[in-house]
Write a protein that binds this ligand. Sequence first.
Ligand code: GLY
Ligand code: MN
Length: 499
Amino acid sequence: MNRRFAFAAVLPFLLPVLLACPLSAQSTQEFERRRMQFATRVPDGVIVVLGAREPAQDYLSFSQAPSFNYLTGFEEPDAALVMVKKGVQVAWAMMFVQPKLPSREVWTGVRLGVRGVTDLTSIRGRVVTELPAVLDSLARTGMAFNVVGQFGATDGPEGSADVRSPDEQMMDALQKKYAGLKVTPVNDLVEELRGTKSPAELALIRRAADITVRAQKEAIAALKDGMNEFEIQALIEYTFRRNGADRPSFATIVGSGPNATTLHYNANDRFIGINDLVVMDIGASYKGYAADVTRTVPASGKFSPTQREVYTIVRDAQAAAERQAKLGAPSRLMNDSANAVIAAGLARLRLIDSPDATYDCSTGASPRQCPQYRMYYMHGLGHGIGLEVHDPEQYYYTAKLGPGSAFTLEPGIYVRERVLDEMPDTPRNREIAARLRPLVTFYRNIGVRIEDDYVVTEQGVEGISRAPREIAEIEALMKAGSTGPAPRDRAFVEGYKAP
Ligand code: GLY
Ligand code: MN
């Protein structure tokens, strides 16, 4: 059989594998480059990168551990990458994966198996059942182990530090057998690399943001009082999938009325009242990459005077932060400028005594002082986005914005009915509460968050989530209303081209 014919003969078999390719739109070379960058930062020895395990409970959906995904692009469960690093070289590398067993594929769907993972990653594959023996023989050499996996955080109840994750248990067993074996978690080294996104990653984040904006527009147009929050959630998540997203990148938040003031509310099961503001904090995940966009809209279709006052302060705070978001600028300036606008605005509404007023945030003889505006704005200005919705971001390490940054800006104000009762009970706080209570009652249950996504390239900072956010734009879209979601936009879904 000549070679051309041989290729033609295998093509029908190869094609489904290529189409089902679990690598994201990034090239094999890009993953190779990341592994080399990572390896140069790790001390000599064995490098073990552990993927996420099949969920212990049956039928829960699987998603890959972000750092494993970052270094391999391989999205099947129970996988591991093992490398041996000496000097500037990776002397040896191996991917351990589930075997390709037709009897198991009946349940799990197609697995790439040892040959498939080698074709896709250019790393030799072995079945994962051989991993313990390989790690054992590497441990016997006395080389130090540098491990990326689930360390520290456990699924156990809060405070149960003695609950060891499966990854920790695997390393504990090796250390028990080989006294003196040095095991160092090196998650932080991958995370720092993940903080600077490549052009291919930025393209995926842009796509996730485009899809999220489509969902925001559908939701804003459809939202009416009398609907239940879950109806908006369903429309949002349907719009994600209809536009090619994998899944929501975090639990969708649709919070109306008092729920708008709870930061991570996601029960989404309340009927929306006509006087409510509704916070919709949502994100699509596209080929593993997250967007995170929040809009706040009035159920009536028109902002009331009080809703407008609070909304305008939050929008001004975001605009102030945006003015400081420049290539090479210190990230702290974004924070400082948003804080100043929020503090001044809350003082104007008399929800706080003055922009720099404080309250006792501990008890005792000399209580710690915290800014009063923090009672209504309890979270940070933003965070990195990427393989996780709260992803590492280079400004965490460098304190400034550089090419490859991808982050959110999401100021907010939340007037919880009981906000003043949350202060520790001190004589001073009682006085503050007595002064501020009438205004808190006046503005109660107004929760506003406005969140957008930004990427940084050599050309500068670019906002990538252009959903309506000015009051007039939101009111116009709500007035236009919705005729129901359109069917899947095939040209959009199939038109994605990796750069
Ligand atoms: N969008 C949810 C969060 O940033 O916490
Ligand atoms: Mn966010």
